[in-house]
Each structure stands twice: as structure tokens, then as C-alpha cells.
Design a protein around this ligand. Structure first.
Ligand SMILES: [Ca+2]
Ligand SMILES: [Ca+2]
Ligand SMILES: [Ca+2]
Length: 446
């Protein structure tokens, strides 16, 4: 994965508080949105909804997820025609969101059924095929105002055009992730749940799967998760050697997050924590900021981010004083019971670019970022971890050989419409075999 993608993720994460603010805004415009009539299919489904439940309603738009509309369409029986899941609340009882299921018969929309949701807002809508019949069931998460902890997830399935859907599952949850653990065409539902039991904070991971024999969704496995986590940021998964792994990024404090890894063997579907359940494990992935797990190198395996100090690495302020240490961002892959670094890079403090440190130079070089000149300078590192001789530096702008500095060679390492970066090698750098091509390969514009 490129640094651009990493930064995109960072930006997304940074946007989370803004999205919460957005959700507030969405709620307040719910009623406003009803003034101008919607066009096309939405107009037909909205008219049908009003005919069925009355006009005194507020449409409810899912707060997160991919469907940002009160009307969500999907073919629920595989007949080629889309059904519509509509969300609304009555103006006189706005604490309960309703889900109304609309279907079409010869192009005419009609309301099939109405269900009261478990909340005052719709968190998100998703579709998954949990029974493996080739058509999707509906997963709706509900939000309850004032409560981050107690949210519910409802799975609706067994759709038919006369009776509508049946609630197959209604569970308290904090975060959820859907995946087909055993690749049998039936999606399993994982839930992470933070709960207070007898005044003690507990965290569970629960896996639910469809049972062909009973025709029901059943809890197949439970595991204790880290109770130090107070909320979840995201859950992602990968598969390797018949084992699914979930990477659960959670907030530990205002400044720190951590990742819990949960393994699910495809044959047993029993949740297990591969690393000790004690604080030692959490500390392995504990980090400042909000950078979440991702497949950084596009190899299909998820990497866990973190930071490491760079020996003698410094950020110099405009007066050449040491403002702070320069750290490396490190991405580690979980292999054979251990987290192994697969990529380390330095991010320029202005956020413009990153520079990958190849494994063979770790421990032998260090870097200093000079804010005044916008230069990232690389030095050899002495055996006692002191900054030694300069090898090269990177700066914004075009390299022009200076008559006074004939010992320096350099060239452009990156150029686009709006920016240009060059690298300048010292005589020692050149003699040590530093090459512009290698610098280019390590440079990633944000
Ligand atoms: Ca299905
Ligand atoms: Ca499955
Ligand atoms: Ca990867």
C-alpha cells in the first residue's frame, strides 16, 4: 500500500469526530429534506411509504456505512427486481426508528411489512448472505442517542413478497464485522461487545453462524477481549493457511489505541487469541495516534502499525534547536506467533512525503529534519548511536550544483504538477554507494 493510501486512512480516521458531528447535522435536516419532493424511484417509494404509514414522519438516513439514504435498494429474493428498505420515525414518537420494507409488483410499489428498530437512529445498513442461498439478508445496526455502548444489530432474513422479513438475530454490540470464515458461501457475523457486568467492564468477541439444521443464526464461539479498550475504530480481516484473523483496532485512551488479533480456524470456527490475553500483548500494539491496521504492501495480509524511535533522529526547529525526536512508522505483520516488521519509514514533519528505510540500513543511519530549510538530512550512525557523517539530504525544489559545493551531486527524485523534490549527495554519500535511483525508490509523496 502506498503512503497516499495510508494518509487517506489517516484522514478518514481524523474525520471520525467530524462524521459524528455530521450525524447530528443529518438528524436536524431530516425534516428539511422532506420539503422538496425526491425524484425518480425515491419519489415512488416515498409516496408508497407515506401511503402505508402516514405522512407525519421523519425520514432516517443511516449515520455511517455505504448507504447514505433513507431508501436503500437491494434484490432480496433474486427475482431481478429490487426491494427497498426505508427508514423513518413518527414525528410523534421520534425515539423509535421503523424499517419499512417495500417491494414492487409489475412496477407498482407496495409496503410488505413494517418493523420497529432497536434504537432512535439507524447506524448503518449492510447486506450479507448468511444462509448461502445466493440472496442477501439485511443487517441493520441501530444507534441509541446518548449511548455509545448499548447499540443493537438486527439481522433480517427469510424474505418473501407476502410476509416480508423475519428478525433472525438481535444482539447488543459495539462493533461488528461480516466475513465468510470457512468459505462455504455463508457469511458469519462477528461482534465485539463492551459491556458492564456487576460494575466491571468486560469485552467479548462473539461469532454467529447460520445452522442449516435449525435454520437459525447461532452463537458458535465467544472469547474475552481486552477490557482496557473503551471503543472500537475498525475491524479488518485476512486469511492465511486456513485461519482467518481479525484485527480489531480499539481506543485505549485519549492518546493511545491498540490492536487485538483474534484467530478463527476455518474448520472449528472457535475464536482464539493467539497472543497472551494479558496487558503484555496489548502493549505490543499500543501506540499513540489513530493509525489503524491496513494491508500496507498489497500482499493480502494485514499489517499492524506502530512507531519506533530512530536513534539520534531529531527534528530541528527554526533556531536549530532540537524540537523533538524523529520517529519511524513501523508496519508489522503477524506471522508464526510474532509481529514482524515489514516496512519502516520516516514521515516528513510537514506531512509532504515519507521515506522508507530499507531493512539493511536500520541501525546504521539516522536522520535529522531541519524545519528552517525544509531538509531531511541522512547521516551515518556511529556504533555508540551518535549522528556521524552526512550522506545526503532531501529538499523541496530543484537541485542546482553550487560552484562552492562541487563535492555535492544531486538530482530530482520526484516531480508532479505542483511540486518537485531533489536529493543532494555528499562526497561521502557517493563514496558510500548511495544512489539517486535508490533514494527515488524510497521516496513516497503524500
Ligand atoms: Ca441469503
Ligand atoms: Ca461461512
Ligand atoms: Ca500486507
Amino acid at each position: 500500500m502506498s503512503v497516499k493510501r495510508v494518509l487517506a486512512i489517516l484522514l478518514c480516521i481524523g474525520m471520525l469526530p467530524a462524521m459524528s458531528a455530521c450525524s447530528f447535522r443529518i438528524q436536524s435536516v431530516d425534516s428539511l429534506m422532506r420539503a422538496p419532493k425526491l425524484t425518480g424511484v425515491n419519489q415512488l417509494t416515498e409516496q408508497t411509504l407515506e401511503k402505508s404509514v402516514g405522512g407525519d414522519i421523519i425520514l432516517k438516513i443511516p449515520l455511517t456505512g455505504r448507504y447514505a439514504s433513507a431508501f436503500v435498494y437491494n434484490d432480496l429474493d433474486g427475482d431481478g427486481n429490487e426491494e427497498c428498505v426505508a427508514f423513518y420515525a413518527s414525528k410523534t414518537d421520534s425515539d423509535a426508528v421503523h424499517m419499512n420494507l417495500l417491494a414492487q409488483d409489475n412496477g407498482q410499489w407496495y409496503s410488505v411489512c413494517d418493523a420497529v428498530g432497536s434504537g432512535s437512529d439507524v447506524g448503518a445498513v449492510a447486506f450479507a448472505d448468511v444462509d448461502g442461498d445466493g440472496v442477501s439478508e439485511i443487517i441493520v445496526t441501530w444507534s441509541i442517542a446518548e449511548s455509545k455502548e448499548s447499540r443493537f444489530l438486527t439481522l433480517y432474513g427469510k424474505y418473501n413478497k407476502n410476509d416480508g422479513v423475519v428478525a433472525l438475530m438481535n444482539e447488543k454490540f459495539t462493533a461488528t464485522h461480516t466475513l465468510d470464515v470457512n468459505r462455504d458461501g455463508k457469511d458469519e457475523i462477528f461482534i465485539a461487545s463492551l459491556e458492564t457486568v456487576n460494575n466491571a467492564y468486560v469485552a467479548y468477541g462473539k461469532l454467529f453462524a447460520y445452522n442449516d439444521g435449525t435454520g437459525a443464526i447461532e452463537l458458535v464461539s465467544v472469547a474475552n477481549l481486552d477490557p482496557a479498550v473503551t471503543s472500537y475504530l475498525q475491524i479488518v480481516d485476512d486469511t492465511d493457511g486456513g485461519i482467518c484473523r481479525l484485527y480489531i483496532d480499539g481506543v485505549v485512551s485519549q492518546t493511545h489505541i491498540s490492536t487485538q488479533i483474534v484467530e478463527i480456524p476455518a474448520d472449528s470456527m472457535i475464536l482464539r487469541l493467539p497472543l497472551p490475553e494479558d496487558r503484555e500483548f496489548s502493549n505490543l500494539t499500543l501506540r499513540t495516534g489513530r493509525l489503524c491496521c491496513a494491508d500496507i504492501d498489497n500482499d493480502g495480509r494485514i499489517e499492524v502499525p506502530g512507531y519506533e524511535e530512530l536513534s539520534a533522529g531529531e527534528v530541528l526547529d527554526r533556531d536549530n534547536g532540537v524540537a523533538e525526536g524523529l520517529r519511524m512508522t513501523v508496519w508489522k505483520q503477524y506471522r508464526g506467533g510474532m509481529l514482524t516488521a515489514v516496512r519502516r519509514y520516516i514521515e516528513s514533519p510537514d506531512g509532504d512525503y515519507s521515506f522508507t528505510l530499507p531493512a539493511d540500513v536500520i541501525g546504521t543511519v539516522t536522520a535529522v529534519y531541519d524545519v528552517k530549510n525544509g531538509r531531511l538530512r541522512f547521516y551515518t550512525l556511529s556504533p555508540d548511536h551518535q549522528k556521524n557523517h552526512m550522506l545526503f539530504y532531501i529538499e523541496k525544489g530543484v537541485f542546482v550544483a553550487d560552484e562552492e559545493e562541487t563535492a555535492l551531486t544531486g538530482g530530482i527524485i520526484y516531480r508532479d504538477e505542483s511540486s518537485i523534490y531533489s536529493a543532494v549527495l555528499t562526497a561521502l554519500g557517493s563514496a558510500a554507494g548511495v544512489e539517486l535511483d535508490r533514494i527515488r525508490a524510497c521516496f513516497d509523496k503524500a
